[in-house]
Design a protein around this ligand. Structure first.
Ligand SMILES: *Cc1c(COP(=O)(O)O)cnc(C)c1O
Length: 366
């Protein structure tokens, strides 16, 4: 069976470096907010081209802390509306509702799967205060249009960059430097994945960064002085040490993902599939390689019988989840159509040519 993602195999190439780093960590005697966190924040911030990077405990916490900080700065208030794509991962939407704000779901574009700027324009009201754009599957949202809308309507633009580490826009800026503040997840399956939970915020806003450094650490100003009602959302020292190793290889790994995506596109010749469009730019880092088929379930079963494991990102829409019964009755036909047709093929830097050929042959014979 070709697994959808074999994390043990993906990480095995770094085992020697991981062990050395763990040894150093053990000997350091410093386990919380030590040198590794500070060094990773510096390195990842520079990688993204952002002035500040704040290491936190997960992608969801990164998103929530950004929204909390904007509330403290009085740029957001209880009940404000935040626009977010309907087909994103649930964490994007949770961050909004958990912060006492109102998520306003918007349809994606049928071609790019990312938030449709025309649909955004239709739902803006006087209560709209921000857009939470998501670079879904590793592909940047329409940067130019969302920036324009936010500029003209005086909205905050926040990036959910949990799937897009290293993606580059047309004008050369990286994910994490395309908005007022960006949230990253380093969940193990992400393009830059830790060996546990981890996340970060990047921003060029000093006031926001100062608040975030405090909020993630109990709202502390000095050891025994608490300026804000904060949280314990620190980036773990050991995860930071592991992430520093993997960050060195992120560009190489993203390049490999793009090569695999191109190989799929060049060799899948089953015309009943819709393949993602492969541009020459680096605006897509293929966190997922998502195809579409009208008989998706049959295709998924067929591939499984032929030894290929695939996944669906995501099989149940957020507005149909029990957790969001306030959305009951809302209809998003494009989101619904997509979730019935999408299928994620295996894509990771350690997939071998032989495995790729087997996957492609199975798809072509369907
Ligand atoms: C993974 C992910 C998150 C959440 O990250 P965690 O570290 O698991 O909390 C948020 N948004 C998107 C789009 C994601 O893919």
């Amino acid at each position: 069976m070709i697994k959808f993602l074999d994390l043990k195999k993906v990480n095995a190439q770094y085992n020697e470096e991981f062990k050395k780093q763990f040894e150093a960590f053990l000997n350091s005697g410093s386990y919380i907010l030590g040198e590794e966190v500070a060094a990773f924040e510096h390195e990842f911030g520079s990688y993204c081209g952002a002035k500040f990077c704040i290491g936190v405990s997960s992608g969801l916490d990164a998103l929530q802390l950004i929204l909390e900080a904007y509330k403290i700065m009085e740029k957001l208030h209880e009940g404000d509306e935040i626009i977010v794509p309907a087909n994103t991962y649930i964490a994007s939407v949770l961050s909004i509702s958990n912060s006492g704000l109102k998520p306003v779901l918007v349809e994606p574009d049928l071609e790019t799967y990312n938030i449709n700027p025309q649909e955004v324009l239709r739902v803006i009201t006087p209560k709209t205060k921000a857009i939470l754009g998501v670079h879904l599957y590793g592909s940047l949202y329409d940067v130019e249009m969302l920036e324009k809308i936010c500029r003209e309507c005086n909205l905050l633009l926040i990036e959910d960059a949990a799937q897009a580490h290293g993606a580059v826009s047309e004008d050369g800026r990286k994910a994490g430097n395309l908005s007022n503040a960006a949230a990253f997840s380093f969940y193990p399956t992400k393009n830059l994945g830790a060996l546990g939970d981890a996340g970060a915020v990047t921003t060029n806003d000093k006031e926001l960064a100062d608040l975030l450094f405090k909020l993630r650490n109990y709202g502390r100003r000095t050891t025994y002085e608490y300026e804000l009602k904060g949280y314990n959302c620190r980036l773990d020292e050991l995860q930071a040490a592991f992430l520093r190793i993997k960050l060195k290889y992120l560009n190489r790994d993203n390049l490999k993902r793009r090569e695999i995506a191109k190989f799929y596109n060049d060799n899948i010749n089953n015309n009943s599939l819709v393949l993602p469009k492969i541009g020459s730019s680096n605006s897509h880092v293929y966190h997922q390689f998502v195809v579409r088929h009208q008989q998706r379930n049959k295709l998924k079963e067929y591939l499984y019988r032929n030894g290929v494991e695939t996944l669906i990102h995501y099989p149940i829409s957020i507005y149909k989840q029990q957790a969001y019964n306030e959305f009951k009755g809302l209809e998003f036909p494009i989101t619904e159509r997509l979730l019935n047709e999408i299928l994620s093929l295996p894509i990771n830097p350690k997939l071998e040519k032989e495995e790729l050929n087997r996957i492609i042959n199975s798809i072509n014979s369907f």
